[in-house]
Write a protein that binds this ligand. Structure first.
Ligand SMILES: [Zn+2]
Length: 365
């Protein structure tokens, strides 16, 4: 049954590519009010596609961009089968700066990339490509088997790139349905490398903090007062630097052993699995154009709770940032955006231009 579906998917390669290109061609930029109509158009495209698969689709308006919730109709999935919930988003990041695109962001183009022939467009790898993958798989299964393998719900939002301000309202409003899902499948993540399908089962968390330190009531001359009065900028740097030890381990008391889990210990099986992944620390650092002194061993990418990495690891990103701070003002405000809190973000490479495209709200893998 599965082989027949896979064969059918392979046979219809041109169709999938055409569909994805059509969806990618809609500039559904959630952050830019001028594109509100395009965001709606991208939602309508997905709603039509889900209907064509044979799912029941509800467009749920929010204060800004709508959510779509699609479910398999009664009788179209085996009785008693598990319920799988698929999440994704149809909005995209703004494409600026435009001059860094080799081909226009919303003119999906297949051309040579780092891994061979690749499709380039804004949203190709975040998140329309992944969502379309799920939708096309459902379409293929339905076409071949005239039904679904299990009960499936699809929840798509149009505000992920602006921080999902209305998602929780929608989730709460539909909680009776959503909570019956045994599995939540999110493909708003990366694969480890070309040709290595990956399931991301753990992510670094984010925390946003804004605080201000106050020192002397006015600017002080460094020659007259330097060294005798504590500088808030220095104090701030010290605070940030003290969040990690020299190996990048978090030093906040209790961080690793909070009730309910905190940071789960890494199992031997996981370590064994990670060792089989093709990874090269030197190349990783070079790809990120990171100076050797700030490059961390790869194990830290996945395992902040693991054994101490080799001693070649020196400056932590926090310490690097602290050194760059400018001690000139009597007040040192610190605003840490989510984007600034993910120094170990995976490079996005398969279908985006070589421009800085990291989303502040997508999970770092
Ligand atoms: Zn995303």
């Amino acid at each position: 049954m599965r082989d027949t579906v896979l064969l059918w998917i392979e046979k219809n390669r041109g169709r999938w590519l055409g569909e994805l290109k059509a969806w990618l061609g809609i500039p559904s930029i959630s952050a830019q009010p001028d594109h509100a109509g395009d965001v709606l158009a991208a939602a309508a495209w997905a709603a039509d596609y889900l209907r064509a698969i044979g799912m029941r689709v509800e467009t749920i308006p929010t204060a800004r961009h709508p959510c779509l919730l699609a479910t398999t109709p009664e009788g179209m999935a085996p009785a008693g089968s598990p319920h799988i919930l698929i999440y994704g988003h149809y909005d995209v990041q703004p494409p600026e700066p435009l001059e860094l695109w080799t081909t226009p962001a919303f003119t999906p183009t297949v051309r040579a990339g780092a891994g061979g022939e690749e499709l380039f467009a804004r949203g190709a790898s975040d998140d329309k490509g992944q969502v379309h993958c799920h939708l096309a798989a459902l379409m293929a299964w339905k076409e071949v088997n005239h039904g679904f393998p299990c009960r499936i719900s699809v929840l798509l939002e149009g505000e992920e790139e602006i921080g999902s301000p209305n998602l929780m309202t929608v989730v709460n409003a539909r909680r009776d349905l959503l909570k019956t899902a045994q599995v939540l499948l999110i493909s708003d993540t990366n694969i480890f490398a070309d040709g290595i399908p990956s399931i991301t089962y753990g992510l670094r968390g984010l925390i946003g903090v804004e605080f201000a330190l106050h020192g002397a009531k006015t600017d002080l001359h460094s020659g007259m007062y330097g060294g005798t009065v504590a500088n808030p900028a220095h104090a701030l740097c010290e605070m940030i630097a003290k969040l990690h030890d020299a190996n990048g381990r978090v030093t906040v008391p209790g961080f690793y052993d909070q009730p309910g889990g905190g940071v789960l210990p890494v199992t031997d099986a996981e370590r064994q699995m990670w060792r089989t992944l093709p990874h090269d620390d030197a190349r990783y650092a070079a790809d990120l154009a990171s100076p050797a002194s700030s490059a961390r061993p790869a194990s830290l990418r996945w395992n902040a709770n693991g054994p101490a990495p080799p001693s070649k690891s020196t400056a932590s990103p926090a310490a690097t940032r602290a050194r760059a701070a400018k001690p000139s003002s009597p007040t040192a405000p610190a605003s840490r955006s989510p984007a600034g809190l993910s120094p170990t973000r995976m490079p996005r490479k398969s279908a985006t231009p070589s421009s800085p495209t990291s989303s502040p709200s997508c999970p770092p893998a």
